[in-house]
Design a protein around this ligand. Structure first.
Ligand code: BDR
Ligand code: CA
Length: 303
C-alpha cells in the first residue's frame, strides 16, 4: 500500500514501484500535503493511469489531526506535478476512505502488507486509532519523513513530520516495525542535471514526464536552497524495498516533538542510545546514490 501526497517525488516513487515486478502494489491512498487533497488524489490517479498501475486509488485525510494545513507551498508547482499536465484520469477514485482501504488490505492479508508512507501520517494514524488491532497485521511501515539532523521547512522540522506531527507520534509509538528515510539520507540522493538528462534520454512518455517534473523540482531546490540537485526523497522508500543493499539502516529510538514552539515537528533520533529507550525505528543513515539512480533508470526504461 502506498500512502502519498503527489508531489513530484511521490509521483516518481509510484513510477518506480509500478515498473518493478518485485513489488505488488495493492492500492494507493492519498493524503493532503504537497498540495490539497483534491489535487494529490487526482495526481495519484493520473500517475497510476500513466504507468498502467491498475489498482484502487482512495482519497483520505484532507487535514492534519490537530494543527492547520501548511499552506502557500509552490515547491512542487501549483497543481503538484511541476507543471506537467497528465491526461485526465479515465476512471474515478475508488469508493471508500483511505483509512478503510488500509484496514481492509491489512486485515485481508495479515502479516503480508507493507505500508509505504511518503506524506503526512494522518491516514495511518486515523486507521490505528479506529482499529488498534491493525498493528499486529502490518508487516512493516516504511516512511519518508523526519531527519536525524535539521529540517527543511523550519530549522527543526522536515515537511512530512511538520505536516502532522501528532499523527507521526501515533505511528512512532504504535509498535509497528518501522523504517525511516529522513532528510539525513534523502539529501544524499540528488537528481542532478546529468541524472535527469539520463532519465529523459530513455525516451518513453513516463521517463519524459519524470524528467520534466524533476527539472521543475531542481529549479525549486535552486531557488529555495541554492542547490544543484533535487532530493529524491520518496522513491528511497520503494528503492529500499527493491534492493535493501542500497541503504544502510541503524535501529534507533525516534520521537517527534508535538509541543508548539521552535522544535515543533522535529524528530529526535537517539543514535547513541543515550535515552535508554529501546529502538523503535530502523533509520536509514547512508545511501549508494549511484546505484539508486541505476535502479531508477533501469525501472523507467521498462516503460
Ligand atoms: C517530503 O516533503 C514533500 O515535499 C516531499 O514529497 C517529501 O515527501 C520531503 O520533506
Ligand atoms: Ca511526499
Amino acid at each position: 500500500m502506498i500512502d502519498c501526497d503527489p508531489g513530484i517525488d511521490d509521483a516518481v516513487a509510484l513510477m518506480l514501484a509500478a515498473a518493478s515486478p518485485g513489488l505488488s502494489v495493492r492500492a494507493v491512498t492519498a493524503t493532503f500535503g504537497n498540495v490539497g487533497l483534491d489535487a494529490t488524489a487526482r495526481n495519484a490517479l493520473a500517475v497510476c493511469e500513466l504507468v498502467g498501475l491498475d489498482v484502487p486509488v482512495h482519497a483520505g485525510a484532507d487535514r492534519p489531526l490537530v494543527r492547520d494545513v501548511i499552506g502557500g507551498r509552490t515547491f512542487h508547482g501549483d497543481a503538484g506535478l511541476g507543471g506537467v499536465v497528465l491526461p485526465p484520469p479515465a476512471r474515478d477514485l475508488a469508493p471508500g476512505h483511505a483509512v478503510d482501504a488500509i484496514r481492509a488490505a491489512v486485515h485481508g492479508s495479515p502479516g503480508e502488507v507493507t505500508l509505504v508512507v511518503t506524506g503526512a501520517m494522518t491516514n495511518v494514524a486515523l486507521a490505528l486509532r479506529l482499529d488498534p488491532g491493525l498493528v499486529a497485521g502490518v508487516r512493516r511501515l516504511v516512511f519518508m519523513g523526519g531527519s536525524t539532523e535539521a529540517g527543511n521547512v523550519t530549522p527543526a522540522a522536515e515537511f512530512n513530520a511538520l505536516a502532522d506531527p501528532h499523527a507521526m507520534r501515533v505511528v512512532l509509538d504504535s509498535g509497528i516495525p518501522l523504517t525511516m528515510f529522513g532528510l539525513n539520507v534523502t539529501h544524499r540522493v540528488l537528481a542532478t542535471p546529468d541524472r535527469i538528462a539520463r532519465i529523459r534520454a530513455l525516451g518513453n512518455p513516463v521517463a519524459e514526464a519524470a524528467a520534466t517534473m524533476l527539472g521543475f523540482y531542481l529549479e525549486s531546490y535552486r531557488v529555495r536552497y541554492g542547490w544543484t540537485g533535487a532530493a529524491l526523497h520518496d522513491p528511497c522508500t520503494i528503492a529500499h524495498l527493491l534492493d535493501p543493499t542500497l541503504f544502510t539502516v541503524v535501529p534507533m529510538h525516534v520521537t517527534v516533538d508535538t509541543n508548539e514552539g521552535p522544535n515543533f515537528g522535529r524528530t529526535t533520533c537517539d543514535a547513541r542510545r543515550l535515552g535508554g529507550q529501546p529502538p523503535n525505528v530502523d533509520v536509514a543513515v547512508d545511501a549508494d546514490a549511484d546505484r539508486f539512480f541505476d535502479l531508477l533508470a533501469g525501472a523507467l526504461a521498462r516503460y
